[in-house]
Ligand binder design. Structure first.
Ligand code: GLY
Ligand code: MN
Ligand code: MN
Length: 426
């Protein structure tokens, strides 16, 4: 199970066919220092990976629609000493043989390769501060190219990445399955584990035992009131007897992400208040998942979530007054301050051509078959919310699934992760 060389080739062809006679340059990622000579885990740039399948740092992709060679890679040279210390490198010859580059050169040869290609050409590229070739490429483009023109290829690339192929979906289904099983496993073991750290370790252990070592993002394991902080990820507190635990975690498989949130009582039994809020979120989440189909926008699904949460919180008594007035006043926002979801793929927050503010609330475009989105409503009652009775404060609940838009509706990729109250308690 993987993306075939032919599929990587088809992706490049779609970009090449849209370039006219422009030259397209795209940097890979580069390594980030953690301390002295230790680096953070390296992860390839998603768009660079999408077009090449190549996972080494410090590289440059050149797509030239009018040249003899359309697909050119600039990569680190072979280096025996470096390879003894840090591991294998493909080198130019290796990437021609294994990644179908028409030609390849080392990063030391970038002047020689780029100068003639740039003469009187319009170039599409974005610079990447910190990449070892960034300054040099910028200078070469500045001196030799005709102009830097709008990066239409990058926009097209993002559009292509939104709609997943069957091969991509199989990778995403696999990541989703491993993560779903890992969520079920921590629920099962939670009563024996008394800290966020141990719960996190159990999740990662399950993923690694399924050979999925990479997490798509740092897991959020938040017990008690920590769950009211949306991006909590310190994960170092003891869990209390009465605490709910919110776990937002997902592995990636061959760079494709999963993103799941489940909540469960640390000791297996919901309190009355926790049960009511949980049921309110679950009802809303199911309604929103059911709404996923071609033609609907994330903004419409977000609105559905706001209305459902308002209704549920009115039934519980946490929002009072007239329904329409409450919606107009956005009374839900105190309890549900984030978007209903986002696209997911190579990036956990996958490209959607939108700004962060617009994300999940835009109706600029409609969902299409092959897109995968998360559906993740939540209710968070902040510990300092003096407008509600003390018994409600500090409850934070989110339920999140990864949902594929199909021709007629949806497929929930993470359905195996238990979310019914009775299943969780059992
Ligand atoms: N795990 C980040 C998110 O749910 O968007
Ligand atoms: Mn998410
Ligand atoms: Mn998440």
């Amino acid at each position: 199970m993987s993306i075939s060389a032919a599929e990587f080739g088809t992706r490049r062809k779609k970009i090449l066919d849209n370039l006219g006679d422009n030259l397209f340059l795209l940097f890979s990622n580069f390594e980030h220092q953690k301390n002295s000579d230790v680096h953070f885990d390296f992860r390839q740039d998603s768009s660079f990976y999408y077009l090449t399948g190549f996972t080494e740092p410090d590289s440059l992709l050149i797509l030239d629609p009018i040249g003899v060679d359309n697909f050119i890679l600039i990569v680190r040279p072979k280096d025996r000493t470096k390879e003894i210390w840090e591991g294998f490198r493909y080198g130019p010859q290796g990437v021609v043989e294994s990644f179908q580059a028409d030609t390849a050169w080392t990063i030391n040869e970038v002047d020689k390769v780029l100068k003639p290609l740039l003469q009187s050409r319009n170039v599409q590229f974005v610079s990447k501060e910190g990449h070892p070739l960034n300054d040099k490429v910028k200078a070469l483009v500045g001196t030799h190219a005709k102009a830097v023109v709008p990066n239409t290829a990058y926009t097209e690339l993002h559009r292509l990445r939104q709609v997943k192929s069957e091969a991509e979906l199989n990778l995403m289904r696999h990541a989703a399955k491993i993560s779903s099983e890992a969520h079920n496993k921590i629920m099962l073991e939670a009563p024996e584990l008394n800290s966020e750290s141990k719960l996190e370790a159990t999740f990662k252990f399950s993923c690694s035992m399924a050979d999925a070592r990479d997490q798509a993002y740092p897991p959020i394991v938040a017990s008690g009131k920590n769950a009211t902080c949306l991006h909590y990820n310190v994960n170092n507190q003891k869990t209390g007897e009465q605490d709910l635990v919110l776990v937002d975690a997902g592995c990636s498989w061959q760079n494709y992400a999963s993103d799941i949130t489940r909540c469960f009582p640390a000791k297996g039994k919901f309190t009355e208040e926790q049960r009511k809020i949980y049921q309110a979120v679950l009802t809303t989440q199911k309604k929103c998942v059911e709404a996923v189909k071609p033609g609907i926008s994330m903004k419409e699904i977000h609105q559905l979530a706001c209305e459902s949460i308002t209704k549920e919180l009115m039934d519980i008594g946490l929002i009072k007054g007239d329904f329409d007035k409450a919606i107009e006043a956005k009374a839900y926002f105190e309890f549900f301050p984030h978007n209903i979801g986002h696209h997911i793929g190579l990036d956990v927050h996958d490209c959607d051509g939108l700004s962060m503010e617009e994300r999940g609330r835009s109706d600029k475009y409609k969902l299409q078959p092959g897109m995968v989105v998360t559906i993740e409503p939540g209710i968070y009652i902040q510990p300092d919310n003096k407008d509600v009775d003390a018994k409600w404060r500090g409850i934070g609940i989110r339920i999140e699934d990864d949902v594929l838009v199909t021709e007629y509706g949806y497929e929930n990729l993470t359905i195996a992760a238990l979310k019914e109250l009775s299943d969780i308690e059992r």
